[in-house]
Design a binder for this molecule. Structure first.
Ligand SMILES: [Zn+2]
Length: 420
């Protein structure tokens, strides 16, 4: 049995309280809180807040290579522009972009990410090497490629089956149609059936832009299309939901659907502001996502939490402890994982936030986490008891080499367009 102990920190408990106690980890799980142990493998958390790692419920990790492309375009033009750039990425680019994203996420305290892209076997390879927990979906965009739907569906299913519970269960899988607008009812129905049969989640972009909402004659048609296909259940994770009506939110909540809020990406692409408080008032399970780095800018859930808090203020306010729950436990619930809280028997996916920083010095650490902390305040990142970063040093990956390779490849990609 592998055992380690985190000593001397303040633990953030699921009810939002802070408690100064040691935390014992056994075989990758949180074994006990406050029980002292003679275990030699101790992690010093003096001056740190020990909390569950963040669950990033919507991203496209390889898009780190496309950061800054297609700047300033309207949403539909941006999508066209980005899809052209994505078509140029090779499987090894997908691996490189994804492993660069893993470095960034380990540094900013994300311990679980839900990722949708192409060449997902390469993302699985990167995630496996990084030690992060993830839920991977090979995206289905029906117009792309030209293969018949049948073939695309069987490829997606082969991926789901091959990689579900890979790396000792750290990698799980899901189905991922791009959106109700770009998917036929036939594809949605087939994917909903596969998700039920295989017992894995299903995710899609939902009502991200107004143009998209109008494309099916208003938001109700998006929902009825998903409903007819059998998607609206507690296995379904809807990303964005910027243009969701009050009635839509009520229906989604009734069916146990989870939402991934990506407000930084929404503001950057100018598609609107998600109605966060309205959705919360219906009891929807709200989680947080960074989206891909091309639209989100960074993979830092601290920034997302702060943005949610600021948007919330416009309509009344969401408490910092609720926002912290969105960033952790709600995300785990959305993905069907037992992580996201300091609770006995949960996965030991934990981060140590160094509170001895000038911008974190103040009277309320919970408020400071949401309004003042940054990804670079994360000192140590642990997934399933394994230390991925200790004292700001990444243990599982060669960070310097990855950044060098990414710089080189991004320069090549840029040069390809300079020649045109
Ligand atoms: Zn997305």
């Amino acid at each position: 049995m592998s055992t380690s102990v985190i000593r001397g920190g303040h633990l953030l408990l699921p009810d939002g309280r802070l408690l100064r106690r040691d935390l014992l980890i056994e075989d990758g799980l949180i074994a006990s809180i406050g029980v002292s142990s003679r275990c030699k493998d101790a992690i010093d958390a003096t001056g740190c807040l020990v909390m569950p790692g963040f669950v990033n419920t919507h991203t496209h990790t390889p898009m780190t290579l496309l950061r800054g492309w297609c700047e300033g375009l309207r949403f539909s033009e941006w999508l066209e522009c980005i899809w052209q750039r994505e078509a140029e990425l090779t499987p090894s680019d997908v691996y490189l972009g994804s492993i660069l994203a893993c470095v960034e996420m380990i540094r900013s305290g994300i311990t679980t990410f839900a990722d949708v892209y192409i060449h997902m076997d390469r993302v699985a390879l990167a995630a496996g090497e990084s030690g992060l927990r993830c839920v991977l979906g090979w995206g289905l965009l029906e117009g792309a490629g030209g293969e018949p739907l049948e073939e695309k569906l069987s490829e997606r299913r082969a991926f789901v089956k091959k990689y579900n519970h890979a790396c000792n269960g750290r990698i799980t899988t899901m189905y991922a149609p791009h959106s109700p607008v770009t998917s036929s009812e036939e594809a949605l129905t087939a994917l909903a059936r596969l998700s039920r049969e295989d017992g894995v989640p299903i995710t899609t972009h939902l009502l991200e832009s107004r143009e998209e909402a109008m494309a099916l004659d208003g938001s109700r048609h998006h929902l009825s299309r998903l409903d007819r296909a059998g998607l609206l259940s507690n296995r379904f994770l809807a990303a964005h939901c910027v243009h969701l009506s009050d009635e839509d939110a009520r229906i989604l909540a009734e069916r146990g659907v989870s939402v991934s809020l990506n407000p930084i990406s929404n503001l950057r692409l100018g598609v609107g502001v998600p109605p966060i408080e309205m959705m919360a008032s219906h009891g929807l399970n709200l989680s947080l996502g960074t989206d891909g780095a091309a639209s989100g800018g960074s993979l830092d859930i601290f920034e997302v939490m702060r943005t949610v808090a600021l948007i919330g203020r416009m309509t009344g306010g969401i408490s910092p402890s609720n926002i912290l729950r969105m960033a952790t436990l709600n995300g785990a619930v959305a993905l069907g994982l037992e992580t996201g809280a300091i609770k006995r028997g949960f996965a030991a996916d934990l981060i140590l936030v160094d509170m001895k920083k000038p911008h974190l010095t103040g009277c309320d650490p919970i408020s400071a986490l949401v309004h003042s902390a940054r990804g670079c305040d994360v000192k140590t990142t642990i997934v399933e008891g394994e230390v991925l970063m200790e004292d700001y040093v990444i243990k599982t990956l060669n960070e310097e080499d990855i950044i060098e390779r990414a710089i080189e490849r991004i320069a090549d990609l840029k040069n390809m367009h300079a020649i045109e």
